[in-house]
Design a protein around this ligand. Structure first.
Ligand SMILES: O=C(O)CCC(=O)C(=O)O
Ligand SMILES: [Fe+2]
Length: 315
């Protein structure tokens, strides 16, 4: 496969059975092959996206001392600010050339669950940043819910199979700033090759060059979205659960050519996580003689913990 297929979520929610099935088939096939789609028909409108980008730029433009106030020790970077160079891809010692922010789940109907998560961090200087982050979180969570419903049907599960696992799940909205590059980076890139940890990732801001995805011939292909599209890819949790029927594809963000070193990149992934006790054990329906069980049983919480340590975010 040489390019990322494009799908439209409106087909799935149209109420027309043929269009719904078309969406399920297209996204299922894309995820078996390349693990990525570009998706139109999501729930983010232009006004929300405009204010999101404005606020995200406002935040990263704050002086470093102001940003550092929001970098909180002891929570593995799960909320608030993570400064430049802190995170490195699994197995890589150089830090990625990025700084980022984390918005986490807003729990208002389950006090026990609320206790499990660190509190969201409010940026005092930018009240709009906090509210637009919350609104975007809700809209991406809604988009992801329908995508997972389509995947459940593709996997011959109940349509709502994932619903209870993602309600109040440990999802993260991560605005990322890749700053201008001032001098030849030694071995560091904006984001080194990696697979995402979570169930699925919904990515805003893949409209410019930079993001590349590895196809099954090990070739890097550019993943560039249209202005009205989100990139949505399978993460390692969903790959494990489906015995790698759905592929968590390795991707990276390359440094721009020298003439563009002076420009920032802003991208905003939403990492859709389930609640920590969801079992990621391989689904029976994904095991047969040709596809023996490839992964040990593990819960989402245990798996996340392992990976945060590998990323250098948790001790
Ligand atoms: O910045 C991008 O376009 C992609 C970032 C990414 O892959 C990630 O944060 O997991
Ligand atoms: Fe990623």
């Amino acid at each position: 496969m040489e390019r990322i297929p494009s799908v439209n979520l409106e087909d799935f929610i149209s109420g027309d059975q043929n269009r719904k099935q078309k969406f399920i088939d297209e996204i299922g096939k894309a995820y078996e092959e390349i693990g990525f789609v570009a998706l139109k028909g999501h729930f983010l409108n232009d006004a929300l996206l405009d204010s999101l980008y404005t606020e995200v730029k406002n935040f990263f433009t704050l002086p470093i001392d102001a940003k550092r106030k929001y970098e909180i020790e002891g929570i593995g970077g799960q909320r608030g600010y993570v400064s430049f160079g802190k995170e490195s891809a699994k197995g890589k010692k150089e830090g990625d050339l990025k700084e980022f922010w984390h918005f986490g789940q807003y729990v208002d109907d389950d006090p026990e669950r609320a206790k499990e998560y660190p509190e969201n961090v409010d940026v005092k200087e930018l009240p709009e940043f906090n509210s637009v982050g919350k609104e975007t979180y809700a809209m991406l969570e809604k988009t992801a819910k329908y995508v997972l419903r389509a995947l459940a049907l593709y996997l011959d599960l109940e349509e709502t199979y994932f619903d209870d696992y993602i309600h109040n799940g440990n999802s993260i909205l991560r605005p990322i700033h890749y700053p201008p590059i001032n001098s030849e980076p030694k071995n560091a890139v904006r984001a080194a090759a990696h697979g995402d940890i979570n169930l699925i990732t919904l990515l805003m801001g893949a409209q410019g060059r930079g993001l590349q995805v590895q196809n099954h011939k090990q070739e890097w292909i550019d993943a560039i979205a249209e202005p009205d599209e989100l990139m949505i890819n399978v993460g390692d949790m969903l790959s494990r659960h489906t015995n790698n029927k759905l592929k968590s594809t390795i991707h990276r963000v390359v440094n721009p050519p020298r003439e563009l070193w002076g420009t920032s990149r802003y991208s905003i992934p939403f990492f859709m996580h389930p609640i920590s006790e969801m079992k990621l054990d391989v689904l029976e329906s994904c095991i047969d003689d040709e596809n023996p069980k490839q992964f040990d049983d593990i819960t989402a919480g245990e798996f996340l913990n392992e990976r945060l340590i590998e990323l250098g975010l948790k001790k």
